[in-house]
Design a protein around this ligand. Structure first.
Ligand code: MD5
Ligand code: FE
Length: 196
């Protein structure tokens, strides 16, 4: 367990192997409805990751009212346990965003600021490792720290780190557990603050 910055906690290997397999299988089931798609930015660009929303539909830069598959209680509960195990305090997640990265996908430096809640975000990594760049809250430029996120890792972002810039520089193909998944999945659990 490592505190990367105040409010940002990395717990390598938080998910055991059966749990990782269960989560990947759940992602496959959710994706069968065909909702895993590249999101278009208002400026016209397309994200290279494929995204699936549970609970509420997210599009840059808001949660829309369109219906999506429900967020299962067991997944919300996993998010509550993650926060209790790291920062303490509570969250009541109503959204999960599932991002799939193929070998070439990446995510530029950005802030997550579409949530109207101050609650932490819980991030779970599955499959191939990545180079995750954790920056600062002021600018998308340095200083930052590059952290390798591996399959099974938990990252919780709260408090002063909640609005930090962050991104995924690259995927490290072939580094995931044998037989789990080709590519990388990231599940984030969030409290949207809609209806608060
Ligand atoms: C990923 N996902 O690996 C990353 C990890 C996203 C996204 O960035 O927006 O879907 S989650 C990183 C994250 C979330 C919320 C706050 C902070 C980082 N942070 O304050 O650094 O697909
Ligand atoms: Fe983000």
């Amino acid at each position: 367990r490592a505190e990367i910055a105040p409010g940002a906690v990395h717990v390598p290997g938080w998910l055991d192997s059966p749990r990782q397999h269960q989560l990947v299988q759940a992602c496959r089931d959710w994706a069968r409805t065909g909702e895993m798609e590249r999101v278009r930015l208002p400026g016209g660009g397309l994200l290279s990751v494929r995204t699936l929303c549970l609970g509420l539909r997210w599009r840059p830069y808001r949660y829309t009212g369109e219906p999506v598959q429900p967020l299962p209680d067991w997944l919300a509960e996993l998010g509550r346990t993650a926060v209790a195990d790291t920062l303490g305090g509570s969250i009541d997640p109503d959204v999960a965003l599932v991002n799939f990265y193929d070998d070439a996908a990446k995510m530029g430096m950005h802030q997550d600021r579409d949530e109207r809640s101050a609650a932490p975000v819980v991030s779970l990594s599955l499959g191939d490792a990545c180079v995750f760049r954790f920056g600062n809250s002021q600018t998308r430029a340095r200083p930052w720290r590059d952290v390798r996120l591996e399959s099974g890792d938990l990252f919780v972002f709260g408090g002063p780190s909640r609005r930090a810039f962050h991104g995924v520089c690259r995927i490290l193909p072939g580094t995931g557990p044998q037989g789990l998944l080709k590519g990388r999945l990231n599940i984030t659990l969030r409290e949207s603050g809609q209806g608060l």
